[in-house]
Ligand binder design. Structure first.
Ligand SMILES: Cc1ncc(COP(=O)(O)O)c(C=O)c1O
Length: 413
């Protein structure tokens, strides 16, 4: 006999434990730090790294034209190959290949932004119960991905006084026989730094020594404005260590909402032969990114002029200089100069304040009192610091500096 069931209204469906994940940035943004209502000062949003029109970053005309052309043609409204069309994959391969390090279009996979690429790469390299090493401070999306997959993420430290280089001894000490990948992010969010070639070689040497592949999150590809530390891709630095590079249209082409990214698999030593097969299978779960954007991709990659990238870097440098100069004069905090990507980290001397307990408290209070949104470094596995974006106009940054100074002075001991 079938037992009588409770009524639907008296029951609760328990969600799967693996969906109980935390994306620290989104959690703070959407749930914890609510902007104050009716604040007399206008909101200064230095949270999300969005190179938008409002923040002073205009799209090169060809980007919109490419998409309009595709939509008008009406030929890209259907499904395409799960890993992306061959035309799109060829275009990505061409853009990121060099003579010394050519990329096989069959080793390119289109993804749902860099986020999708990260999810694919971790899914394919790491088994439940195995480990991946991630930077601290670092971009925290690996946390919900690993929680969802049952993969353990462990940290290696970056050193702020050495332009956020990796503490190599610390990195080595985290490696064991369960380690399946080292995740690097260069240029870095949240640090606003770009590693020198010499330092990248040191990281590659550790990976080589322990036979651990590298996942390189290069969503800020090329975005270094320090002439002494020009960007180089990890995939284009080694013929020995297997590397998966991740990138997207999001940041460097200023269209994060279009959700189009890619994975480039450098199959050195044939190490990824089986992985490549599974990347292709795994991409059949969620399929390709938006087909219209993917169809516009070849034209975007080929025709966006170099002046777009140089212009972007000039703007970022101007804002970074303005931020560092202004914040350096404020008591209780210390900016760490940014030279890449779209962010600057600012350390907080918690002891200098009479009524601030930590970085989360600092960011909540400056939001409530000055209507300025920044992210606490707790969102990036860090502590006693906050991250501000610099992909905004210098006058916004200077206004933030004034409000920050007023805030700090009001709370200093
Ligand atoms: C380091 C890093 N990786 C990945 C992402 C996600 O990028 P996408 O918008 O392409 O998914 C971001 C976004 O801020 C990021 O900063």
């Amino acid at each position: 006999m079938v037992e009588a069931k409770l009524a639907w209204a008296d029951m609760k469906h328990k969600p799967a434990d693996r969906s109980d994940v935390l994306n620290p940035i989104r959690h703070i943004l959407e749930k914890e730090m609510k902007p104050p209502q009716n604040h007399p000062k206008e909101m200064i949003m230095l949270g999300l790294g969005e190179p938008s029109k409002k923040n002073g970053f205009d799209l090169p005309e060809v980007i919109n034209e490419s998409l309009i052309e595709v939509i008008k043609a009406g030929t890209s409204n259907g499904y395409t190959a799960a890993s992306g069309t061959i035309e799109a994959r060829q275009a990505v391969a061409k853009k990121f290949s060099s003579e010394e390090y050519p990329i096989d279009p069959n080793h390119v996979t289109l993804t749902f932004g860099t986020s999708g690429a990260l999810f694919n790469a971790i899914s394919v390299l790491c088994e439940r119960g195995t480990e991946i090493l991630v930077a601290r401070p670092g971009f925290p999306l690996c946390q919900p991905i690993c929680e969802n997959l049952g993969v353990v993420y462990k940290h290696y430290d970056l050193i702020p006084d050495k332009q956020w280089e990796v503490d190599l001894d610390n990195l080595r000490s985290q490696i064991n026989d369960k380690t399946r990948a080292i995740l690097v992010n260069n240029p870095s969010n949240p640090c606003g730094s770009c590693w020198s070639e010499a330092h990248m070689k040191e990281i590659i040497a550790v990976a080589d020594e322990h036979r651990i592949p590298i996942i390189a999150d290069e969503v800020y590809y090329g975005l270094s404005y320090d002439p002494e530390r020009e960007f180089k891709s990890f995939g284009q630095m080694t013929k020995t260590v297997p590397v998966i590079c991740l990138g997207a249209l999001s940041k460097i082409y200023c269209i994060p909402g279009w959700r189009c990214g890619w994975m480039l698999t450098y199959n050195n030593n044939g190490y990824f032969d089986q992985v490549l097969e599974n990347i292709s299978k795994h991409s059949m779960i969620l399929l390709h990114p938006n087909a219209c954007v993917a169809a516009a991709l070849p034209r975007i990659l080929a025709e966006v002029p170099e002046s777009h990238f140089t212009g972007m870097k000039e703007k970022l440098k101007a804002s970074s200089d303005a931020a560092f100069g202004r914040l350096s004069t404020i008591k209780g905090i210390k900016p760490i100069k940014a030279s890449a990507a779209m962010y600057m980290m600012v350390t907080i001397d918690i002891e200098a304040f009479k009524d601030i307990t930590d970085d989360v408290d600092f960011c909540k209070k400056i939001l409530a009192e000055q209507n300025c949104f920044t992210f606490p470094s707790a969102c990036f596995f860090g502590k006693n610091a906050f991250r501000m974006i610099i992909c905004t106009k210098p006058d916004v940054i200077l206004e933030f500096g004034d409000r920050l100074e007023e805030f700090c002075n009001a709370h200093l001991k």
